[in-house]
Design a protein. Structure first.
Lengths: 272, 430
């Protein structure tokens, strides 16, 4: 229902503004307002998603608008988890504007007419579809956190190396904390990515016996998977951390964006 | 009643003058006893640090300028400083201005390094000394306690003391920015020196738990290790020791790089690229600046630390503007409370009230008394006044006790009984 999504958008915008101001002015009171508003928005958002699912009769992850909305929702969960665990106050100032933007995009983008979800949902093992998409979107949300943490790391590291302390230094968390957030988020994202890919392959196999189709999206997803695999294994084995890991986090996010948008533009078997 | 403060500080007087005026603790107590005579100067306190000498008094029934002149005479006599020299540097604040000054000093807004935390402790000590000497009464008690509260508010509500402005604390702050928490970190001290040892102490206080000490002479290393509860390690195996340390404090007299880029690279590989923080407080530098170009290694030499301090001071000055608003609000609150607790006006208001009642009743009955001789008139007047005094005396006695105990509720109760509040404000303003 449109009204709930609009309510969520309004609440997210309030949350985003307060958390950005809270970040700049370092006021905890603003952050509390942001979190209250965020919680309210999240409740409205959840209702909107459930109602969409119920009224549309299909799992609501087909259209661009639905994917934006779902990604925003997953990002709120990711933010809540990482904030609770690390108390990294700066995280909100970066994440919540993104959430607001995603939900804004969900509100204004039209549903593409040429997609027929019901037709796609015929055939074998359709129960794998929600697992496939949900896992991938949680993976994307985790990678967004990796990206944000990487940017924060690079900003903070730059200030420390150049010994020039501007706006970032007093406000961003410690390097070790940011690095850990990025590592944990990458592990979580990688686990969901793996699960999503396996679910997709199984679904495809159940429908027509093929696991791999050389679809652009599949190729990009596999590349992304390998990149994060490399990042995580190098972290454990070779002590890759800090700046290098942060750059890989940024590169990984670029690949995720390509996978998300690019594949649709290039066409292929995947609808999104 | 007024509050008068006379003094000088680092802005108004050079150190040569300040040191001539400075009071030792014993001199403080003795001078206070001389200054506070219980007549005009009711209460007093001397605040003397290396940056300021100030005498704070609460006076009764005297002009501010008289009191100020008396205090400056007193300073000139006891410290043997000629009057004309003194006058060039002294400032005088009274009442609201004096209150604001005391609050600003306690909140470290008047300090040379704005926001430095020692000042509050120094004010507390001066207050305790004056209390011990017995020269603090209800006005200064209240003033100082309010100043402590204001200082606390400023500290918690602004970031005035947040940014580090000393080399050793800057080292801790930077360490926290790199490692998050310093708990359980290993510190390696190469060389010795006052600043290096101070930095080490701060790092340990912040949580660093393992201390390695190395020195070109083993005996010196052993000595420092015992002093700080660390272990002395072999100077020849520097790379190995570097690999173990998260924070390296380097302070040797060597005129070349003690830690080269190559050594740092080897140590970095050995510690699997875990970040390390080099604090190089030696001049000439002991850590090759190229070390800082390696990933995950952060090098700060003494100039870098000074630059950080410089920027932190500017940050503090911005926060100080917010602190001034808090001080303004607290000064207003204190002035209000002071008005409420001023003893003189309430006593005269009470007497006035009783005299009015007596006169009024006398005037009503006067026509019935017929002709009276002036002697008789005076006798009746004396009788009325004696009655008023006898009635008010125990009340005033109780009031005074309540004031001295700071029991404002009790005082308020007396006021309510005699409905004194209406006339009070006016009288105080006069």
């Amino acid at each position: 229902m449109k009204i709930f999504l609009l309510t969520a958008l309004a609440a997210y915008i309030v949350a985003a503004i307060h958390s950005v101001l809270g970040f700049i002015n370092q006021k905890r009171a603003l952050e509390r307002v942001a979190h209250l508003s965020l919680g309210f928005g999240f409740a409205a958002h959840t209702i909107a998603l459930i109602m969409d699912w119920a009224s549309g009769g299909y799992y609501p992850l087909f259209h661009f608008s639905e994917t934006f909305s779902f990604l925003g929702w997953a990002l709120v969960i990711a933010y809540a988890i990482f904030f609770r665990h690390y108390r990294a106050h700066a995280l909100g100032g970066f994440t919540l504007p993104l959430v607001a933007l995603l939900v804004l995009a969900a509100n204004i983008s039209q549903k593409e007419g040429d997609l027929r979800p019901h037709a796609l949902m015929r055939g074998e093992a359709t129960w794998l579809f929600p697992i496939h998409t949900t896992s991938l979107f949680f993976a994307y949300a985790a990678f967004v956190v990796v990206f944000i943490a990487s940017i924060m790391y690079l900003l903070q590291e730059r200030e420390l190396k150049l010994k020039h302390f501007g706006i970032a230094f007093h406000r961003l968390p410690a390097l070790a904390t940011i690095d850990e957030i990025s590592a944990v988020a990458a592990s979580i994202g990688f686990a969901f990515l793996t699960l999503g890919i396996i679910a997709g392959m199984s679904w495809s196999f159940a429908r027509d016996g093929r696991v791999w189709r050389n679809d652009p999206k599949e190729v990009l997803a596999a590349t992304t998977w390998l990149l994060y695999l490399a990042l995580l294994s190098q972290r454990h084995l070779a002590g890759w951390r800090g700046r290098r890991a942060a750059w890989v986090g940024v590169a990984g996010f670029a690949l995720v964006l390509c996978t998300f948008f690019g594949a649709r533009l290039m066409g292929g078997y995947h609808v999104f | 009643m007024s509050i008068v403060l006379v003094g000088l500080n680092h802005r108004t007087a050079p150190v040569e003058v300040r040191e001539r005026l400075a009071f030792s603790e014993e001199a403080c107590a003795e001078s206070l006893r001389k200054l506070v005579d219980g007549d005009a100067i009711r209460e007093g306190m001397i605040f003397s640090t290396c940056n300021r000498v100030e005498i704070l008094t609460a006076t009764e029934g005297r002009q501010v300028s008289d009191t100020a002149a008396r205090i400056s005479d007193f300073l000139s006599e006891t410290r043997q400083v000629p009057q004309d020299l003194l006058h060039r540097h002294l400032y005088v604040h009274s009442d609201e201005q004096a209150v604001r000054h005391v609050f600003r000093v306690a909140a470290s807004l008047d300090s040379m390094v704005v926001g430095e935390p020692q000042i509050l402790g120094q004010v507390r000590r001066a207050y305790a000394l004056a209390v011990e000497t017995g020269t603090v009464g209800r006005v200064l008690h209240r003033l100082l306690h309010h100043a402590f509260r204001t200082a606390k508010r400023v500290r918690t509500e602004t970031g005035i003391g947040a940014a580090a402005v000393s080399v050793s604390y800057t080292a801790v702050e930077l360490g926290r920015k790199i490692f998050g928490s310093l708990d359980g970190r290993t510190v390696l001290l190469i060389g010795a020196g006052e600043m290096a040892e101070l930095a080490l102490k701060y790092l340990v206080k912040a949580g660093a738990s393992r201390i390695l000490v190395t020195n070109r002479t083993d005996a010196k290393a052993e000595e420092l290790a015992t002093r700080f509860g660390g272990e002395a390690v072999d100077y020849a195996r520097l790379v190995e020791n570097l690999a173990q340390a998260d924070i390296i404090i380097c302070s040797t007299g060597a005129d070349r790089y003690v830690i080269t880029s190559e050594m740092a690279r080897q140590a970095l590989v050995a510690r699997r690229h875990q970040p390390a923080f080099f604090i190089d407080i030696s001049v000439p530098r002991n850590v090759d600046p190229k070390v800082g170009e390696l990933d995950n290694l952060f090098v700060f030499d003494i100039d870098d630390l000074e630059a950080v301090i410089e920027s932190n001071i500017r940050e503090r000055e911005r926060e100080a503007q917010r602190a001034e608003l808090i001080v303004d609000a607290e000064v207003m609150r204190f002035q209000q409370q002071l008005r409420n607790m001023d003893f003189g006006p309430i006593v005269s208001a009470l007497k006035q009230k009783l005299i009015e009642i007596a006169r009024h009743e006398y005037a009503r009955q006067r026509p019935r008394l017929g002709h009276l001789t002036p002697e008789q008139e005076r006798a009746i007047e004396t009788m009325l006044m004696a009655t008023v005094n006898k009635i008010s005396h125990p009340i005033i006695h109780r009031l005074r006790r309540s004031y001295e105990a700071g029991n404002i509720d009790n005082v308020q109760a007396w006021r309510d009984i005699f409905e004194l509040d209406s006339g009070l404000g006016k009288e105080f303003d006069d």
